[in-house]
Design a protein around this ligand. Structure first.
Ligand code: HEM
Length: 419
């Protein structure tokens, strides 16, 4: 059942059973290609819903409830708790590096490392990237035009959606051009173990990738300490040993900034291009009035939420949406569901650039609010007007292939014809 209007139906055993089936499906790979009907199924059994199969797990699908948890003081971050379910985590480089990244830290360590990151990843540093971003957007649109010349179908994810944000974050950090795609491959290998479900082979590959990534960043930081430039790695190298940062935290931060800088933005660009094609009236609205761009980007971020969810663990008894959540229980905040909560957004599956119903939750909130939100906004506010200006038509063709890894909503391949 897909609800587009708030439901007032009573919750029955059958509703609960359907919600449990939906929750199990959502948490088991491969990721369903269209998770939204399952989110609706879950929400209709309760906006804060306890899993029958995994006692201690609560799925939070309501906009208000997700926003409320993000503001709470009495929670710990969920990813660290999830990663540590594996007792031998400390024997794995991929886990150690992940657990020293910002999303996995809690106060006071989180406050300290985020403060240190804030010394180099500043609004000013992001603003200074604008010209670079414009140049890189133009270059990647040239590539798209060249590879898609004569109506040849071209994979938008490969040519534009992945390469553009990788190039931006590589340049901002100071990863050499010719190594950016190598770092990209390593980062993809490393992140395979972040979502909780992985094989022992994935883990072995992630360990190798994390070891290499850590080694490369360590060498680059040494090099920048000797020859500083205008990039984030030079900024981090200059502060090495300060701010109470351990070497693990520093390398975790550099590696995480690189991954966070492209993975999400890649999915966002793919989802947004697909949505503009699916809703031609909104595409026309934006073409006719490019000053709508900032608003359109926010609506595209709501509609095509790139990261499925965030998670928090209750550290004391917590009342949420009429449910009592005991300490130690895990709250899965399904951002993609909250962003399509019909109580907050009427007709939520519709892309509508004229909406005015409050900020979306795609960048999460509270102490873990996305540090790169301003960069992601700037990149896409530069890219989309240029994309629409450059190509009068952008048609999705063939069979787009969705990503199947849990945790991200996006396309693996999105064939388009540009005209
Ligand atoms: C459309 C693009 C993006 C989306 C949807 C997105 C989404 C998110 C979300 C949901 C979180 C929080 C997870 C939580 O609450 O546990 C997060 C954290 C973070 N993001 Fe982004 N992100 C995007 C782009 C970026 C970019 C370009 C960067 C730049 C390097 C970045 C850097 C970070 C960092 C460092 C954190 C950790 C913050 C913390 O835990 O304190 N993100 N992002």
């Amino acid at each position: 059942m897909t609800t587009t209007e708030p439901t007032t139906e009573p919750v029955t055993d059958a509703t609960r059973e359907a919600a449990n089936t939906a929750l199990n499906r959502l948490g088991t790979p491969p990721m369903v290609t269209d998770p939204y009907p399952l989110y609706d199924e879950l929400r209709s059994a309760g906006r804060v819903f306890p899993s029958a199969q995994y006692p201690g797990l609560w799925a939070v699908t309501g906009y208000r409830e997700v926003a409320e948890v993000m503001r709470m003081q009495n929670t710990a971050n969920g990813p660290a708790a999830a990663a540590k379910w594996r007792e031998d985590w400390a024997d794995h480089e991929s886990m150690r590096l992940y657990l020293s990244a910002l999303v996995c830290l809690d106060a006071p360590d989180h406050t300290r490392v985020r403060g240190a990151a804030g010394h180099v990843f500043t609004p000013n540093a992001i603003q200074k990237m604008r010209e670079v971003v414009e140049r890189l957007a133009a270059k990647h649109l040239d590539d798209l035009a060249e590879q898609g010349a004569g109506g040849r179908p071209v994979d938008l994810i490969d040519v534009l959606a992945s390469r553009f944000p990788v190039a931006v974050i590589a340049e901002m950090l100071g990863v050499p051009d010719d190594q950016a795609m190598l770092f990209y491959e390593l980062a993809n290998g490393w992140t395979r173990v972040w979502a909780g479900y992985y094989t022992e082979e994935d883990l072995a590959g992630a360990d190798r990738a994390a070891t290499q990534l850590r080694g490369y960043f360590s060498e680059l930081l040494d090099e920048r300490a000797r020859n500083p430039r205008e990039d984030l790695l030079s900024g981090l190298a200059a502060r090495r040993g300060q701010d109470g940062m351990s070497e693990d935290e520093l390398l975790g931060l550099a590696s995480f900034l690189f991954v966070a800088g492209f993975e999400t933005t890649t999915n966002f660009i793919g989802n947004a291009v697909h949505a503009l094609w699916e809703f031609p009236d909104q595409q026309k609205l934006l073409r006719d009035d490019p000053s709508l761009t900032p608003k359109a980007i926010e609506e595209l971020l709501r509609h095509g939420t790139p990261i499925v969810g965030a998670s928090r663990v209750a550290t004391e008894p917590t009342l949420l949406g009429g449910q009592e959540i005991p300490p130690g229980h895990f709250m899965w905040l399904i951002l993609a569901a909250a962003n399509r909560d019909p109580l907050q957004y009427p007709d939520p599956a519709k892309l509508d650039f004229t909406r005015d119903q409050g900020p979306h939750l795609s960048f999460s909130g509270g102490p873990h609010f996305c540090m790169g939100a301003a960069l992601a906004r700037m990149e896409t506010q530069v890219l989309f007007p240029a994309l629409l200006e450059r190509f009068k038509t952008i048609e999705v063709v063939g069979t787009p292939e969705k990503r199947t890894g849990l945790g991200l909503i996006g396309y693996e391949h999105l064939p388009v014809v540009v005209g």
